[in-house]
Design a protein around this ligand. Sequence first.
Ligand code: 9MR
Length: 377
Amino acid sequence: MKTRRELLTLMAAGAAVASTTRIWAQNSPEPAAIPDVTGPNSLRAHAEARDLLVGCAVVPEKLTGEPDYAALVASQCNILVPENAMKWPALRPAPGKFNFRGADTIIDFASAHGQKVRGHNLCWHEALPSWFAATVTKDNARQILAEHIRTVAGRYAGKLHSWDVVNEAIDPKSGLPDGLRKSPWLEFAGPDYIDLAFRTAREADPAALLTYNDYGIETDAPDETEKRAAVLALVRGMKKRGVPIDAIGIQSHLKAWNPEPGNGLRDFVRELRQIGLRVFITELDVDEKKLEGSDAERDSAIARIYRDYATMMVAEPNVDAILTWGITDRYTWLNGPKWARPDGKPQRCLPFFADYRPAPAFFALRDALDTRSAPHS
Ligand code: 9MR
């Protein structure tokens, strides 16, 4: 632990922690001491000692415009993923026009800080650009999808750790064969659009680990168990057809009031390992909308979920990476209107509080990384 005086001395020296402390000093009553979580005390250092990747979703404008945010991301992460900057609306403002500015900012930041980058995502039923509905038809959908993947994955070929090639394509509630989600891609490009996307991505970037990414497959609730089975059937089929796929992304938007993930998830990860697939935890956070109690009580409940979940996952040798969906409660999708707490308090869902102090969830996640026994291949 450092005293406030020591932290202010660090601040004068321009250390990363100092700038985050500045925000804390402005916004909070003065605590006795806050721990130094930079350098050897960071998530990044603890992960690297065990050959793990740890990181978060980032926003390019904040990397360039907010030194405190940038310092935090630089000190804590060895892998980044764009929260929105590689989605279709960001990359492709018009059918024939691409704009890589935000995506390039993230790639440049990562390269300056020795970090890897995941691409998110090449094909999703959501976040389609405004021109999509008037432009995409059964006649051109396959060509537009393949062209998009060739252009985007081609641009970053050799630079990315992995790509979320297809995002959230399974939804047993749609009631379709194979659990496929009713989506514009399924409707316009046909049921093998997933195979098309993965084959095209492999051609465009042979180095990136090609990932199928989904949510609602974490707990042992009946609907999540059913969805896991459909995901497993999808990837087994892909393997059988020789479609290139390397990993599954388990998003892990956990809800604090749900039962914690358990044996069903562990078995799923092991089955994936048996068929040669890695697993990345791609979007971890803990929605605490329905949690009651004081801030401290909620923080410790949230931290327990981080600890239990990450500990369970890093015990599996094919789990290589844990990314949270954001790094600070200051910027999280969970503060959007749909997920707001009924009492109006902001969500405390990520490893760093809104004032950039480390939350109990930070220490829980770091302890969990330490439980990884030895570097795995
Ligand atoms: O956090 C993202 C939010 O800012 C966007 O408005 C939204 C639509 O593009 O996507 C959110 O991120 C989602 C991710 O891309 C896929 N899994 C669920 C995430 C949370 O909704």
